[in-house]
Design a protein around this ligand. Structure first.
Ligand code: URA
Length: 242
């Protein structure tokens, strides 16, 4: 159910995105979970809960954390069917210790509102739990180091769909060198994670290129169709990964 107070924000979003017809089904997010995907990832298998994972990550020996104010773990519904995976905290996230609370996060909130979701219905985390100095792109060492923790994070939440926000998150999770322009809107899976994975543009990119909002809106609706078992026809491609 969309809060009436958000209607203006939603209409503004649609107008900016050039969208004139709306057909989305949010029932998937409220119905009880039945056929959840299993998870076979076994590394870090001694960790059974998100608090244990948070503690394990806090102990990772990496200089990255010496430059940061706070560790940024994850936020939202720990039983969500939709997990959003970003790149790394920015300055505001570093200050607050919460993912996506800066400018990109505000845009992400608008996107969620536009498709009938809010933060209490999704789970949000990042590839890196600490802000890289000066917001630089995560290094391949950092990505390799944290990827097993990201996989464990996904396994513990056990969503039906993971949406990678932006090329860095997509490349890191999918272990591919393909860019976001190739990956966007294509379903894939990876070994050990039952969730279907869909990549879309990062909100920070949308702040620079607002004309791409429509694609992101379509991607979110596609994800919601998948969660409701409708196997969307909005996305026409699927990505084969090895
Ligand atoms: N960008 C990200 O990728 N993640 C955040 O948490 C904030 C900005």
């Amino acid at each position: 159910m969309i809060d009436k107070r958000n209607i203006y924000k939603i209409l503004e979003w649609f107008a900016e995105a050039g969208i004139s017809d709306i057909t989305s089904d949010t029932r998937a997010l409220t119905r009880p979970k039945t056929a959840r995907y299993g998870c076979t990832y076994t590394t870090l298998s001694e960790i059974q809960s998100l608090p244990e994972l948070r503690e394990a990550i806090s102990k990772v020996d990496i200089s990255l954390k010496n430059c940061a104010l706070n560790m940024v773990f994850g936020v939202g519904n720990e039983k969500a069917d939709l997990l959003l995976l970003g790149e790394a905290p920015g300055a505001e996230e570093d200050k607050q210790g919460i993912p996506f609370v800066g400018q990109s996060g505000q845009l992400l909130d608008k996107i969620l509102t536009a498709v009938g979701l809010d933060r209490s219905m999704v789970y949000i985390t990042n590839i890196l739990p600490w802000r890289p100095p000066g917001n630089r792109t995560p290094t391949s060492h950092e990505i390799e180091l944290f990827r097993p923790y990201v996989l464990k994070h996904i396994a513990l939440v056990n969503p039906r769909v993971v949406m990678c926000l932006g090329g860095t998150a997509a490349k890191a999770l999918l272990c591919t060198s393909q860019g976001i322009m190739q990956l966007r809107g294509k379903w894939t899976t990876i070994d050990g994670i039952g969730a279907k994975i869909l990549s879309t543009f990062h909100p920070a990119y949308l702040l620079r290129s607002p004309s791409q909002k429509r694609e992101v809106w379509v991607d979110f609706l596609t994800a919601m169709d998948m969660m409701s078992g409708q196997n969307s026809s909005r996305s026409h491609f699927s990505l084969e990964t090895g």
